[in-house]
Write a protein that binds this ligand. Structure first.
Ligand SMILES: [Zn+2]
Length: 280
């Protein structure tokens, strides 16, 4: 199986990062995962994981760190930049670290307390366009963290290769993804596992439950339309364990109404597309 969305750098304890990451990679292998697509972190631990992965027979793809709009959501996932000059310098430096793709944080995250609310974050049109062109010129796909109709529509129109999360979108954005051949990684597990943890306050429970139901309806619509959907757990986020995460995400697909066979097929086939260089 392939987990198409993890954050290796978000779990680190007192041990040295190398030993901690060895443990995490072992967790993937024992859970039947043979390939992982990392979403980046500020500590750049994806470099360590990519270096160690062959010891475990794992394919490990990393953007090293994400590009984050200064002042917006996602500082712990990568490098904050503001303005085209800054982005250009950042991309130039990043290329020296041989990223497997470029990761962009193009919106905030969904609220667990209020319906349909997304925290601020993301680049402007010109900046995102610059990043996508730069990455594609370098032969690298662009993986974009993105929620909300406007942000997803814009990212898809600018030719990003994958939309991550994609909460609060409509049939219009799904059809655009299908037309453009954009891959979608819906990442149900952080919200679903939060609900199942029993730690959610009553008001929050209902908000997250409604958010997941709308997301499940979009998943079924996406599959019916023919959007390529990848299975990514967001492991490393709260409530999502490395290795187990992709199984949790498959279970979310099945609860949404996808057959177990189809969910597993997506975990392998679309996941393979997620980790392949410049699929389109
Ligand atoms: Zn993520």
């Amino acid at each position: 199986m392939i987990d198409a969305h993890v954050h290796i750098g978000r779990e680190h304890g007192r041990e040295s990062p190398r030993e901690r990451i060895r443990g995490i990679l072992e967790d993937y292998v024992t859970h039947g995962v043979h390939a992982v697509r990392d979403g980046g972190d500020v500590l750049r631990l994806g470099l360590v994981a990519r270096d160690l992965a062959p010891e475990f027979g794992l394919i490990y793809k990393t953007p090293v760190y994400a590009l984050v709009k200064a002042g917006g959501y996602g500082g712990f996932l990568g490098q904050q930049c503001s303005g085209l000059e800054d982005i250009r310098a950042e991309l130039k430096g990043l290329m020296g670290l041989r990223p497997d793709f470029v990761k962009v944080i193009q919106s905030g995250i969904v609220s667990f307390d209020e319906d349909g609310v997304i925290s601020p974050g993301g680049f402007n049109h010109e900046e995102l366009n610059y990043i996508v062109q730069y990455a594609h010129d370098a032969g690298l796909p662009v993986m974009v963290h993105c929620n909300g109709m406007a942000a997803v529509a814009e990212a898809v129109a600018l030719g990003v290769d994958s939309v991550e999360h994609g909460y609060f979108i409509s049939r219009t954005e799904l059809e655009a993804m299908h037309e453009q051949g954009t891959l979608w990684t819906p990442t149900f597990a952080p919200l679903a596992n939060y609900l199942r943890s029993g730690t959610a306050a009553p008001g929050s429970r209902e908000v997250v439950d409604r958010t997941l139901k709308a997301h499940a309806a979009n998943l079924l619509a996406a599959i019916a339309i023919g959007v390529r959907v990848a299975v990514g757990s967001d492991a490393g986020a709260a409530f999502v364990a490395h290795g187990q995460g992709v199984h949790d995400e498959v279970a979310c697909f099945v609860r949404a109404g996808v057959s177990p066979q189809d969910a597993l097929r997506l975990a392998n086939e679309s996941g393979a597309r997620a980790i392949s260089p410049m699929a389109s």
